[in-house]
Write a protein that binds this ligand. Structure first.
Ligand SMILES: [Zn+2]
Length: 482
């Protein structure tokens, strides 16, 4: 197996990945908090995780990924109480919308989706272990984790703990580094809010304990990879480490991976400032799922991604270029190589395949992987235009596209179907692929017998259904939907 190197936030270094169980990679990813639609900044992280798991699979690993849905936290409790509905009633809609969004962007589902509210017993059990080992204390019906008792506290986010008052507490789920405090594992019930009756008392879990309990339940006490957005490193992941390692005495996670922020037209995206887009916002403006997937995947995950409408347009034309190339390669006829002829495209294809894998193996450098593919597309297109592409070039070039497609999943043109599934736009109507092929063949036959009136009529008929056809230099024909 090729060596895959990943940047580990815990060590601050890019390290060779060695799985705990040979041939298998166990990944836990913090999923969305289902209190609203996810925005494109969230999907930047989810696309990174999708590229990660697809690349592991392409390299022959068995992937075991668990992703959670945070369906209980401060915001959900407050919103559900304000709406006068149960937590499940409030979150179900957003959970379903999230699944639909993942599907429209072509995200491979994880091996397991887990909901926090289905795992209250596991959280109670984990808190019980921490109580037994004296990492906790109670105050006003809530249970807190005593960070002074865990010497490793701060090792992930490298926070400076000097000057932090022993015994100072924080009750909210989200807070800044300056406010590092003993955090709530279990929160006392408040009037009008949902709570669970358990053996550690009535109440509800803090946000952080959710992920520790679910990750260890399904992936073991030590997992290979834990990933999320960079804003989760503190306090969420720092607290996950403290809770898990204090309970088990074992390292919780071997590689911590964090995706950088997405900026919107150079500004930090912010829900409160109204400065954000959901997927639906962009699709309603006429953008395609594939353009968004390309743009979000194209910038290596540890670099900030500046999302602009120009960038989205460019992404659309990049996808178009790839799709056209794949189609040209699939449909055109090429002559066999002459004896002793220089095989430049074949050699380039072999080099592109190698550079594609090498780029992704280098901490998922998607920019390098894409550059390798686009160099091949450019050179092979030139060779085709000059009539220099040979039969022998086709298989190595297709092999590069197959590699690309396995990880990036953009060549298959199913944008319209995906949008229709999301309830946006009409299902692709008009003729099926087979019907189009038949008409194209009829038109070819008409041209052969020099019945140009008939050929033009068929071209016109196809155009009216939104099908563009293009005659190629070698006498072939390509078609695509507008
Ligand atoms: Zn989490």
């Amino acid at each position: 197996m090729r060596e895959i190197r990943l940047h580990n936030t815990l060590t601050g270094k890019t390290e060779p990945f060695v799985p705990l169980h040979p041939g298998e990679v166990r990944i836990y990813t913090c999923g969305p908090t289902v209190y609203d639609y996810a925005h494109i900044g969230n999907f930047r992280t989810f696309i990174f995780q999708d590229v990660l798991r697809r690349f592991f699979e392409a390299q022959g690993y068995r992937v075991n990924q668990v992703m959670n849905l945070t369906d209980v936290d401060d915001r959900i409790i407050a919103k559900a109480a304000a709406a006068g509905v149960t937590i499940r009633e409030y979150t179900e809609k957003y959970a379903q919308e999230f699944f639909a969004d993942c599907k429209v962007l072509g995200l491979e589902p994880p091996e397991r989706w887990v909901r926090a509210t289905d795992h209250i017993d596991d959280m109670v059990e984990l808190i019980g272990r921490l109580q037994k080992r004296s990492f906790t204390y109670s105050s006003d019906g809530s249970i807190y984790f005593r960070i002074a008792k865990f010497p490793g506290y701060g090792k992930l986010s490298k926070i400076d703990l000097t000057g932090i008052q022993a015994g100072a507490r924080v009750d909210v789920d989200r807070y800044e580094k300056e406010n590092a405090r003993d955090f709530a594992l279990w929160k006392a019930p408040k009037p009008g809010e949902h709570f669970w009756e358990t053996r550690i008392g009535p109440g509800r879990p803090g946000w952080h304990i959710e992920c520790s309990a679910m990750a260890m339940k399904y992936l073991g006490e030590t997992l290979d990879i834990h990933s999320g957005g960079v804003d989760l490193a503190f306090p969420h992941h720092e607290n996950e480490i403290a809770q898990s390692e204090a309970a088990t005495g074992k390292p919780f996670v071997r590689y911590w991976l964090h995706a950088e922020h997405l900026l919107l037209e150079s500004e930090k995206m912010s829900k409160s400032a109204g400065n954000f887009y959901t997927l639906r916002d962009l699709f309603a403006m006429g953008h395609k799922p594939s353009s968004l997937r390309f743009l979000l995947a194209s910038v290596p995950y540890r670099r900030q991604l500046n999302f602009t409408m120009d960038g989205l347009q460019q992404a659309a034309s990049s996808v178009e270029r790839l799709r056209n190339f794949a189609q040209r390669l699939a449909e055109a006829k090429f002559p066999p190589a002459k004896r002793g002829e220089e095989r430049a495209v074949q050699k380039l294809a072999e080099r592109s395949a190698e550079e594609f894998d090498a780029g992704l193996a280098d901490d998922l450098n998607t920019a390098q992987a894409l550059a390798a593919v686009f160099e091949l597309v450019r050179e092979a297109n030139i060779a085709m235009d000059r009539g220099e592409l040979r039969q022998e070039d086709v298989a190595p070039a297709k092999a590069v596209l197959d590699k690309f497609e396995r990880v990036f999943a953009l060549i298959k043109d199913d944008d319209a179907t995906r949008l229709a599934e999301l309830g946006l736009g009409a299902a692709p109507d008009g003729p099926s692929d087979a019907e189009i092929e038949a008409l194209v063949a009829q038109r070819q036959a008409a041209r052969k017998r020099r019945d140009f009136t008939e050929a033009d009529r068929i071209r016109q008929q196809l155009a009216e259904s939104g099908i563009l056809i293009e005659d190629t230099r070698d006498g072939g024909v390509r078609w695509r939907r507008k």
